[in-house]
Design a protein around this ligand. Structure first.
Ligand code: SF4
Ligand code: SF4
Length: 285
């Protein structure tokens, strides 16, 4: 019987490469798929002319030990998107070298105001590596919370498309909702009591969600660029030497410098809704 060598598609090759570089998941979105949900200036083609595909890698989430640790400071210091960004950077380089198409690593951080260069949440959804959750982040059905990074390329690829089933709510959250009218994330950060989250589940599906982004940001990005600027301005206009020293050598400014220098761009500082989320138990153990 004649044997045929098994053909590996470009898509498979790219995904295998991403996993070998350290990604936990990898998916492909059609660059044109962003148009409907993204304002002009923030679409893949605005960042790379003639963009055809967006490759999304996910991973670098906190490890089981970090989820378990009673020292919240450990998690807030080590949790950063840096490691997944380096995977996407390598992938971009590989695409240009191997296939001869342009490949742009999507810069992390914000471009204007709080707007990212490209919505990685939408990219992850369009690439089929996660769906939006009641708590806000995109969750992968198996791994739960992940950091995501992207590569925009002129290389035409078959897109994976959105997942057919949402990751959230998990079956145990639906049961909890039916029993108690809440879910683990809603109960840890309820909007009605000064938290950020609210929502409703009907027939096992999310039918209403509320996420107070501004409030959450003040907790997630406590030690971050705006805090640094604020203290610096205060210190510069403080005439008393001792008070100026307290501002610059105090805990807040020191933690902020740790964050800025350790993580380079994004570092979460509140994980409480994700800590209690049952999705990703495979990682949290
Ligand atoms: S990250 Fe923290 S502040 Fe933000 S929604 Fe989750 S629990 Fe609330
Ligand atoms: S705890 Fe997780 S799965 Fe459950 S509702 Fe909240 S975000 Fe969704």
């Amino acid at each position: 019987m004649e044997e045929h060598a098994q053909t590996v598609t470009r898509e498979e090759e790219i995904k295998r490469g991403a996993l070998s570089f350290g990604a936990q998941v990898c998916g492909i979105a059609d660059a044109a798929g962003f148009d409907e949900e993204t304002p002009t200036g923030f679409r893949p083609r605005d960042l790379l002319p003639n963009a055809r595909s967006v490759i999304v890698v996910g991973g670098a989430q906190p490890r089981a030990g970090e989820w378990m640790s009673p020292s919240v400071d450990t998690m807030t210091t080590t949790s950063t998107a840096d490691r997944i960004n380096s995977v996407a950077r390598k992938l971009a380089q590989e695409i240009e070298n191997r296939y001869g198409y342009y490949a742009l690593f999507v810069p992390p951080g914000t471009r204007k105001g709080n707007q990212p260069f490209l919505s990685l949440m939408l990219a992850a959804e369009l690439a089929g590596v996660g769906t939006r959750s009641l708590a806000g982040p995109v969750l992968h059905p198996v791994y739960g919370f992940l950091y995501y990074a992207g590569v925009i390329t002129t290389l035409p690829l078959n897109a994976d498309g959105r997942l057919s089933e949402p990751a959230c709510p998990a079956p145990s959250c639906v049961e909890m909702w039916e029993r108690e009218g809440t879910t683990p994330c809603l109960s840890i950060c309820p909007a009605k009591s000064g938290g950020c989250l609210d929502g409703k589940i009907e027939n096992g599906r999310l039918v209403e969600t509320y996420y107070n982004r501004d409030r959450c940001h003040t907790r997630v990005y406590t030690n971050w660029i705006p805090g640094f600027q604020k203290v610096l301005e205060e210190a510069m206009s403080e005439e008393e030497r001792e008070k100026r020293k307290m501002l610059l050598f105090g805990n807040f400014f020191t933690s902020t410098l740790w964050s800025l220098t350790f993580s380079a761009q994004s570092q979460g500082q509140c994980f409480e809704c994700m800590r209690v989320c049952p999705i990703g138990k495979v990682v949290k153990k």
